[in-house]
Design a protein around this ligand. Structure first.
Ligand code: ADP
Ligand code: BMX
Length: 296
């Protein structure tokens, strides 16, 4: 999984399949020189997802000598089998053998990794997590994902579930998410949850992005929903501190990176006892961490 430590050694085509968007990038000596973004088709099969990725890679001039790295939402187990944990995000991938499908489609070995773990590795090596002894990357995006790097080593498990912090529980949550678990952080803090709560309150929105637009304009209902999300992420930070001694949390994803969201999370962290307050910083690689991590 881990190849380059020097950012300038990263070259090739990187792919980031999230729950909302599919991004592809050409990386030259660690810099993104071209990119393409499309909406994710949550109901597509794994084979179809890979064909979409191949088409985007071809648009970016995929050549025989290019390395290809794929970071995906969902868990990727040690055999390269891809599973949705939240089955509402990707409904049809059905335990696909991502290694084999990727290798066949791209006609070369393709590296595959969970999206949040990819970003965690990139932030640890090249971004806001540098020199951290116990770092967690937390993405607040379509779902809530995570990647852990302890003493410089990415935390992995045979079943690919390690680091899936969004499926831990929160005292603020009572609903069920698409993992089947009740009261998860993802069920109350994620983009999907933010949008669902606003729609339940009959607000005129379609997405979490719309809720954030109302928040920036001062809507009290949007403030309540986003505040609850931020409080659940702060609670998660305290739990990560208690369980693993995490002292730095790097926050990413479109919601994690949204204007004023991290500030709100910090306000909630400040209410925890001092021992349970990791430093919280936003991802310095922004959305590019997933892409760079896919090639690392
Ligand atoms: P993915 O989950 O595909 O990796 P994102 O990190 O963009 O993608 O997260 C998608 C979620 O973020 C959606 O719920 C979307 O509505 C929300 N979102 C997108 N852009 C913004 C923004 N500028 N501010 C707040 N939320 C956003
Ligand atoms: C979910 C889970 C994680 C993923 C995280 C962030 C699925 C399909 N995804 O917790 O594997 O890392 O979301 O992913 O079970 P994103 O889609 O929000 O970018």
């Amino acid at each position: 999984m881990t190849r380059a430590f020097d950012r300038a050694e990263l070259n090739g085509i990187a792919l980031d399949l999230g729950g909302t968007k599919l991004a592809a990038a050409r990386v030259v000596e660690g810099n993104i020189t071209a990119r393409a973004i499309r909406p994710t088709q949550g109901h597509a099969t794994a084979q179809a997802q890979i064909e979409h990725m191949l088409r985007m890679a071809e648009e970016l001039g995929l050549s025989d000598s290019d390395d290809v790295g794929m970071a995906v939402t969902g868990r990727v187990d040690a055999d390269g089998i891809w599973h949705a944990v939240n089955v509402e995000t990707l409904t049809e991938i059905a335990e696909a053998d991502l290694n084999t499908l990727g290798t066949m489609a791209f006609k070369r070995p393709v590296s595959v990794i969970n999206d949040a773990l990819a970003a965690a590795i990139a932030e640890y090596r090249f971004g806001a997590g540098r020199h951290s002894r116990a770092m967690a990357y937390v993405t607040v995006s379509t779902g809530v994902g995570g990647g852990l790097v302890l003493d410089g080593a990415p935390v992995t498990s045979q079943n690919g579930l390690a680091g899936h912090v969004g499926f831990s529980t929160s005292r603020l949550a009572t609903g069920q998410c698409g993992s089947g678990r009740i009261g998860t952080v993802e069920s109350i803090a994620a983009g999907r949850a933010i949008a669902a709560e606003a729609i339940r309150r009959r607000q005129p929105v379609e997405s979490a992005k719309d809720v954030f637009d109302h928040w920036q304009k001062g809507a009290p209902w949007a403030d309540e929903i986003i505040d609850t999300s931020a409080a659940a992420i702060a609670e998660l930070c305290g739990n990560l501190s208690a369980m693993l001694g995490i002292d730095r949390v790097v926050l990413g994803g479109s919601i994690g990176l949204a204007n004023r969201y991290a500030t709100r999370v910090r306000e909630h962290i400040a209410r925890e006892p001092a021992l349970f307050r990791p430093d919280l910083t936003t991802a310095s690689l922004g959305q590019d961490g997933v892409l760079l991590g896919a090639l690392s």
